[in-house]
Ligand binder design. Structure first.
Ligand code: NAP
Length: 255
């Protein structure tokens, strides 16, 4: 990769132009998705396979807040950990951009969701559907969480290490942050790391959930494109339940 790079991965916008051979989209379609770079822009170029129609009930800002978090949670919990209806899942950072969508996805498929966060975010996380809430600043979460089928970790470090005993035998710990070694064999569980990748089919499923009101990203701050640095600083600072976005428009090019 040669520097400088043009930042920005999540986009939502209207198709202005189609590349040669692109099918399934037309100029004027409203789309959303993830692109490798260049999303912090008025116009962006995307591969058709990385986009899907935007949820009709969301505006472009709300739609642009969904792809990375929702795809990461989907791929972690459903593709890797095989979370299913009736199973128990612990989500370690439930108020974050990824975790807040993970809580909603877990509930959407009928899992029992135990959410972790700090007290200031309990009401928010419960409003997303969490069944139980652990204030990790007041309690050692591994003392109260047991028999999990799945743990989805977006904290890493010590939290990742301490999450293993909360799983039942045969359970699965999936992390978006840590780099698992051979911890799984000690506890008789599975472990894996998610690397979010664009997926138009999953974006279509995510759109359906959004359109029936089961999935929504929390947008705390909207800033103009010129304030990208401020947006990144806010995001870096882990503002509770906050994400900041800039508008962009997507232009589709043949893959
Ligand atoms: N592998 C991938 O493909 C992939 C994709 C996307 C993101 N990620 C990674 O996933 C991580 C999370 O991203 P995000 O955007 O969801 O985070 P975020 O929105 O920045 O998370 C911020 C929240 O983290 C919570 N938090 C801080 N320390 C905590 C702890 N010890 N235990 C539990 N919660 C804690 C705080 O909430 P409380 O005040 O409630 O504690 C804070 O509001 C990042 O490291 C990101 O790089 C990886």
């Amino acid at each position: 990769m040669s520097l400088p790079i043009h930042l920005g991965g999540e986009v939502a916008g209207t198709i202005e132009e189609l590349g040669d051979g692109v099918s399934g989209f037309k100029v004027g379609d409203a789309v959303y998705g993830i692109i490798p770079m260049g999303g912090f822009a008025e116009y962006a170029i995307a591969s058709a396979g990385d986009l899907a129609p935007k949820p009709v009930n969301l505006d472009f800002i709300q739609a642009a807040a969904l792809p990375l978090g929702a795809l990461t949670a989907w791929q972690a919990m459903f593709d890797l950990a095989k979370l299913s209806n009736g199973q128990r899942v612990l989500i370690t950072n439930s108020s974050g951009g990824v975790g807040s969508l993970a809580v909603q996805l877990g509930k959407a498929i009928g899992a029992h969701v135990t959410a972790m966060g700090s007290a200031a975010n309990e009401a928010y996380v419960r409003s997303l559907g969490a069944d139980d809430f652990i204030d990790y600043k007041q309690q050692r979460f591994e003392d109260v969480a047991h028999d999990m089928d799945v743990v989805f970790d977006t904290v890493g470090g010590e939290t990742f290490d301490r999450a293993f005993p909360t799983l039942k035998k045969g359970g699965f710990l999936v992390t978006a942050v840590a780099f698992p070694k051979d911890e799984a064999s000690t506890f008789g569980v599975g472990v894996g790391r998610v690397y979010c990748t664009p997926n138009a089919e999953q974006l279509a499923s995510i759109r359906e959930l959004a359109e029936v009101g089961k999935l929504k990203a929390h947008v705390a701050t909207v800033l103009p494109l010129a304030s990208v640095k401020e947006a990144l600083d806010l995001s870096e600072g882990g503002v509770p339940a906050a994400r900041s976005f800039c508008r962009s428009q997507a232009e589709i090019q043949h893959k």
